[in-house]
Design a protein around this ligand. Structure first.
Ligand SMILES: [Zn+2]
Length: 374
């Protein structure tokens, strides 16, 4: 899910991205609607009309999900919690927060906005369907009714009190508010989320045995996705707590070995990567930090060309790097790394390189702390 797909544009300062995996779900939904729903409920609808209505219904359904995510995003914006983007992907939508909310009240409101929006949309569509029923074609009525019903289902599903679902987030916020203990609150809702994920997977298996293979597989995958998210949700909170108040300065690798930009890739591999066994080196020219070279970048160059290619040809130049200040909170830096999809970042003090911070450093620091109970 890391930045594949394409941007649908920006609305109210929030970028909307369509992940490639979304198309799989879209096609599946259209297929199911056309082959089962419309034929099942409205027997006298022709094939062409049935497909047209199915595509319309699928688009309305995904617009409903988009509205649900926008409700989260706008609530977050109002409470000064930054949203990096909204992603639509195979399992629905996600309003990605740059950082988790720091107050229970904010989390409660942001999580609650989505289901509230779905409930409102559900009532709206069902209301319009019943008012217009005598005047519209039976197929159009079917679409309106179906979208209303789906929005209500979406609301109910999201209100399940297990992390990472909205209901789980709301419950966590409530527990956090009353106990003051974010970590324990998260552990409770993360466990509930994992139980719910197992129930979904179990139901999926039962559906497959019952002959509903496609739906069963979808349930299993949704369960697996929720299980992973429930686990990592707790992990992130543990990290956040273990890192609170710790500046990068305390964790970074100081005085890292550096390399000159004119060194050939052959020398870089033999004299640097193999000798020091670091997977990344800062590039320094005349005492000045100018970029970062990583082992993956060497891999993309043909072996025969290593002799003639220099570090400066393949490194990531300083202007394309996210630079970290030594006094930044380590948790914030970890979130930045996840945001830009990078494993390590240079730490600069007044333009001078003083260290390198990697995801591994940060996670190991927390693990050591946990082990020592400090
Ligand atoms: Zn939601």
């Amino acid at each position: 899910m890391q930045n594949q797909g394409f941007s649908l544009g920006t609305c109210k300062g929030i970028r909307v991205r369509l992940d490639y995996s979304w198309f799989v779900m879209f096609v599946l939904v259209v297929f199911m609607l056309a082959n089962y729903f419309f034929f099942f409920f409205f027997e006298d609808i022709g094939v062409a009309e049935s497909w047209l209505l199915s595509i319309t219904a699928a688009i309305l359904f995904f617009l409903s999900i988009l509205m649900h995510e926008f409700a989260h995003a706008l609530a977050a914006k109002k409470r000064n919690v930054e949203i990096s983007e909204i992603v639509l992907f195979i399992f629905g939508g996600l309003a990605k927060m740059k950082k988790e909310p720091e107050r229970a009240r904010d989390e409660f409101v942001i999580a609650g906005a989505g289901p509230l929006c779905s409930l409102a949309l559900g009532i709206l569509f069902l209301g319009v369907a019943s008012v217009l029923e005598p005047y519209i074609r039976v197929g159009v009525y079917g679409v309106l009714w179906y979208i209303g019903y789906l929005n209500i289902l979406l609301m109910l599903f999201n209100m399940v009190p297990g992390f990472p679902l909205d209901g789980g987030r709301m419950m966590r916020a409530a527990l956090w508010h009353y106990t003051g203990n974010l970590r324990r609150s998260t552990r409770i809702v993360s466990t509930l989320g994992q139980i719910f994920a197992f129930l979904l997977m179990f139901t999926g298996v039962m559906l497959i045995f019952g002959g509903a293979i496609i739906v069963g597989v979808v349930w299993i995958f949704v369960g697996m996705f929720l299980l992973q998210s429930a686990k990592s949700g707790y992990y992130l909170v543990a990290l956040r707590e273990g890192l609170s108040g710790i500046p990068v300065r305390k964790i970074m690798t100081t005085n890292p070995s550096t390399v000159h930009p004119d060194v050939s890739l052959r020398n870089l591999v033999n004299d640097y990567f193999f000798k020091n066994r670091f997977s990344c080196f800062p590039v320094i020219r005349h005492g000045e930090f100018i970029g970062l070279v990583e082992i993956n970048q060497v891999k993309s160059i043909d072996r025969e060309r290593w002799e003639f290619t220099r570090v400066s040809d393949i490194m990531t130049p300083i202007e394309n790097l996210r630079i970290v200040n030594p006094d930044t909170d380590a948790y914030d830096v970890l979130m930045q790394m996840i945001d830009v999809g990078s494993g390590r970042l240079p730490v600069l003090d007044n333009g001078e390189l003083i260290g390198i911070i990697s995801r591994k450093d940060i996670i190991q620091f927390v693990e050591f702390r946990e082990t020592l109970g400090a």
